[in-house]
Design a protein around this ligand. Sequence first.
Ligand SMILES: *[C@@H]1O[C@H](CO)[C@@H](O)[C@H](O)[C@H]1NC(C)=O
Ligand SMILES: *[C@@H]1O[C@H](CO)[C@@H](O)[C@H](O)[C@H]1NC(C)=O
Ligand SMILES: *[C@@H]1O[C@H](CO)[C@@H](O)[C@H](O)[C@H]1NC(C)=O
Length: 246
Amino acid sequence: MAALALLAFGVLAVARVATAQSAADVHFLTNMPPAGSVSTGFVFPTYPTKAFPAGKMADVVLGIRNEGSETYNISMIAGSLNSPVDFNVHLQNFTQLGYGQVIKPGEELSLEYKFLPDPRLEPRDFIVALTAFYVDSQGKWYSSTFFNETINIVEVKKIVDWELLFLILLFAIGISGIAYGVYAYTVSVGWVKSQKKRTRSRRPAGEAPPVMSAEDQQDWIKGTPYDNFAKNKAKAASKRASTAAH
Ligand SMILES: *[C@@H]1O[C@H](CO)[C@@H](O)[C@H](O)[C@H]1NC(C)=O
Ligand SMILES: *[C@@H]1O[C@H](CO)[C@@H](O)[C@H](O)[C@H]1NC(C)=O
Ligand SMILES: *[C@@H]1O[C@H](CO)[C@@H](O)[C@H](O)[C@H]1NC(C)=O
């Protein structure tokens, strides 16, 4: 019951947020008030070539000059990132920033606006539109879109590409695993002799050769002509011993 109530409340809250958001969006980005008597300019101090890394904060400086006879109060700057094919497709709406700065007739002002291209954006062309919203002394609203151009979203350049390093490491582990598997297989089918015996003969210079245990000796001579010779000799010796005992 409590869970159901909580769920209902959650749905209500989501619905309310959605309507509040769409009301604001309709007002600010799709139903813009007319332009006032201003001239505008812009500078992108950090990304002057308009190549913006996805997921990195970008900044723009708006220069705005009051060319009319009304005093304007610059209320806020907002913007969006739109499809390069259809401007009506708003892919991302940037955060609105409030200013509340006044420009009298004939005066000008510089305002900094920051926006964050979504880190999930594909590196390619988009349209970015940035708009200043302002109000005159009678409370009449105006807007001036001071930037509306094709921009380029680029991939963030990493100093150390950990993903790539990890892939290389995985690849190396995979390759050595395969190599060991092939080696183990060839040893098991007898194409290659195991390295174990051979490493035994490797010793630092000046050191006396290791003394072979009887067991080692057996291993070394196994299957060689000497082995047969030794076996025959042993057989003969035991025969001799048994005949001597009789
Ligand atoms: C951005 O705002 C517009 C309305 O101005 C709306 O249609 C669109 O869905 C919004 N886009 C996003 C990604 O929120
Ligand atoms: C300008 O607008 C802001 C709100 O956006 C307000 O706080 C401020 O008092 C206004 N300034 C003047 C001189 O009206
Ligand atoms: C930006 O320019 C496009 C045409 O390229 C236009 O359709 C759109 O309405 C403009 N957007 C704004 C906010 O002025």
